[in-house]
Design a protein around this ligand. Structure first.
Ligand SMILES: [Zn+2]
Length: 195
């Protein structure tokens, strides 16, 4: 895709206005395709969480088209309230690049960041955040409040939402549905055996 864009930009034979429209279209298209590609990777991370009976939330950090950090929710496994996907991915990225500053990085996460993760994202100076599903109970990147674009902080983060939103949301709702069924089943078994 990048190659196609370069060819278009270098060509002198294309009508000027058409050329601009095409370049804009390709740039937008490229960005969206790239976002979907990396969000799919974040979804794979989320699936790793659910395979460990964790709420399926996954995050990926990308810099210059390279994945520099990954993380998935491990709150139950680690019994740590801070073991969120974004925090673990940020930690991983900082180790990879040897710096706490992630100024050129984009963080992809399947669920809107909470207050803690939004704080960590601002503090690590991440350039852009792309999230899938909105979190009506804890989202601090536009739903309950918007800490990422808060102008009183010394750093603001670009936010893009809704990339593979349905897929990200579906992952969470199926997990909770299954959890409810498991609980119901366990309760019934308890009643049947009278233990
Ligand atoms: Zn969080």
């Amino acid at each position: 895709m990048k190659e196609i864009l370069t060819v278009q930009l270098n060509s002198n034979n294309i009508n000027d206005s058409l050329w601009k429209n095409d370049a804009n279209y390709l740039q937008g298209d490229f960005k969206m395709k790239n976002d979907e590609y990396y969000m799919k990777m974040a979804i794979e991370e989320a699936k790793l969480a659910s395979s460990k009976n964790e709420v399926p939330i996954g995050a990926i950090i990308v810099q210059e088209d390279k994945v520099i950090g990954t993380g998935h929710n491990l709150r139950e496994s680690h019994q740590r309230s801070i073991a969120h996907a974004e925090i673990l991915a940020i930690d991983d990225a900082c180790k990879q690049v040897g710096s706490w500053r992630l100024e050129e990085a984009t963080l992809y996460v399947t669920l809107e960041p909470c207050a803690m993760c939004a704080g960590a994202i601002v503090l690590s100076r991440i350039k852009r955040v792309v999230y899938g599903a909105k979190d009506p109970k804890g989202g601090c990147a536009g739903t309950l409040m918007n800490l990422l674009e808060e102008e009183r902080f010394n750093h603001q983060v670009e936010v893009d939402t809704g990339i593979l939103e349905d897929e990200c949301g579906q992952l969470l709702s199926s997990f909770f549905k299954e959890l409810r069924m498991k609980k119901k089943h366990a309760k019934k078994q308890k009643e049947d055996t009278g233990i």
